[in-house]
Ligand binder design. Sequence first.
Ligand code: NAD
Length: 357
Amino acid sequence: MEAFEYTALPARVIFGFGTLPRVAGELAALDCKRAFVLSDPHHAASGAARLMDALGKLAVHLSTDAVMHTPSDVTERVMAKLVASNADCLVSLGGGSTIGLGKALALRTDLPQIVLPTTYAGSEATPILGETRDGQKSTIRSMNVLPEVIIYDVELTYGLPPALSLVSGINAIAHAVEALYAREANPVISNLAEQGIAALGRALPRIVSNPANRDARSDALFGAWACGSCLGAVGMSLHHKLCHVLGGTFGLPHAETHTVILPHAAAYNTDAAPAALRRVADALGANEAAGALFDLAARHGASTSLRQIGMSESDLDKATDAALQSAYWNPRPVERGPIRALLDDAYHGRRPSRAGA
Ligand code: NAD
């Protein structure tokens, strides 16, 4: 065993089928009595309505204002409602966008959060918040934004369409891939990363062929928690930087962008972090990681090119510049030529090569 350092994050996790009604007991355990509930328009009539029922008089307001990339003007609008409601906690039901809004409010108020995730993005398990202001996305790390309680109710994910399940699951896998070659990599998180990749790698094809498969849905949600925990525990590298730029500056959809970029980022780092990428391949039951990640997307119908998800070819230079603007850890040095080649491959949806190697 090599030397390592590891700081565990506090986490209370309830995982199962039909766990949503546990929210009232969790509120009481936090000594809270006035919940400000957050969701998105999609869940207003379904999950959020059930949540409001389960909370009864404990819910003081329902906001369905959440949108992707946590724009600060939306947060400020909802913040005014939160102050007026005199709430003593936040309960967020939805994907990363809803959970992001809850975190942005927690940062400003220090209120405790209970979250009920409905996608595989993993934000619920991290002390990270990305916010967008004037087209610029910035990320902070603060224990104030780490949710106190996560309630995973597998039934909340049944409605996640197969195509969205696939890209959301690959978004989760990306956290675990980068955790395996992180500078702060440690045996606890690397184990969790392998488990998360393996659980999602097994579950996603089954969900695409039968979205009602209970076992596959619970494997995928477990994988999402494992991968989200990796994101929360260690620093991320080139892949997350590129997705952050492409989402925040060019408005590309979050999970779809991760799905396109991941095989290329894995290929870029293969020679510099061979043991980590070997573990990814093993977890996927494949010979080689980058190709297996590309096939997981391509064989099950996900977009594999930036062009397909709304990127303009004329923006590739600007995206390259943005990816090189600040320094961050990556196993292989981040250099202009190879990064431009990587983005070109991703734009055209080519099978990953070790760009510029
Ligand atoms: P999302 O929350 O925007 O959800 C995507 C779409 O799926 C939305 O239209 C939503 O209404 C719908 N949806 C969600 N759950 C559903 C369900 N169960 N059934 C049917 N439809 C459902 O997207 P996301 O990918 O979950 O999250 C993306 C956002 O989260 C981005 O802003 C990203 O930056 C952020 N994020 C943050 C972290 C972090 O640690 N801070 C981690 C991952 C993602």
